[in-house]
Design a protein around this ligand. Sequence first.
Ligand code: PHE
Ligand code: ZN
Ligand code: ZN
Length: 339
Amino acid sequence: MMKRPGTAAAAAILLAISLVLSGCTASRLNPAGDVDPRAVLEDFKGRGMVGHLEALQRIADDNGGNRVAGTKGYEESGRYVEEQLRAAGYTPVRQTFTFRGDGKNRKQVETFNILAETGGSADHTVVVGGHLDSVEDGPGINDNGSGVAAILETAKWMKEKGITPVNRVVFAFWGAEENDLDGSRHYVNELSKAGKEQTAAYLNVDMAASPNGVRSFHDGDGSDFGDAGPKGSDGIEAVFERYFKENSLPAETTPFVDGDSDYDPFLRAGIPGGGLFTGEVKKKTQAQVQAYGGTAGKVLDSCYHKACDTTSNINADLLKDMSGAMAYATASYALAPRG
Ligand code: PHE
Ligand code: ZN
Ligand code: ZN
């Protein structure tokens, strides 16, 4: 006759099972520590982010000066991104949605996100995103052609380096961020409960080349601004911090501001988030001039949401540093060991 396990042993077995199960559903990742941040920055010093900005500028010039979601300028921006992704060996897909237009045009407008995924475990998905649309008043080259360029070059760099993700990466180009974060909100709303639980991290890049800019990344643990992201956001902050530190590049944290960019729908859904930002309407402080150079008392991007947000409105050196940061964080999460 088999001996029945005692209640203490049974409780221990149940605890072990529930720990294993919760470990699976929580889908949190500790980023790999063996990606070399200095080698990544070296790689990005030679990459062609500015070429993407020139292409997006031409598209705006040919289409009334902007790339607003739902317009021909946006459609052509989408085609450009899709061509780039296909040439690199990805299979981009469009996720269509409708949003309510602003101003006089308050009817439903159809537009899309572009998504391109790698192989790897979908149980541990890393979403790397930024918005592809511009405001109506300008071509949106720093806001957010710069982020688009950083993501495209990260995607291409992964293929060229033969980095094979253990954890699936989804590269995302959002539509209608400038309306009300509609594209990223649609993506998060379309995720099932399991899909949300499987999303281990969201990495955002919105403005990565501000002409009088700073290097900043979001305060995931809330230690600087008191507003932490969901558990795991601290790890994302730490990855960016490591990249800048190892490269001896001064950098600072920036708070999550409700409704400010595409991280918002992810954080609201309990998904850990973080990302990069080089600044918009704040004025550069004396301390920031000491760290980064530039002009004190002048706004970080004087062409923010204006017609002058063109290819003349970018800091190409900053764009290299920030694109390398995105690539480093992406690879660190793509290769993160589980458990
Ligand atoms: N989301 C703002 C815009 O597109 C800019 C922004 C980016 C603000 C990142 C905060 C953080 O206009
Ligand atoms: Zn904007
Ligand atoms: Zn933006």
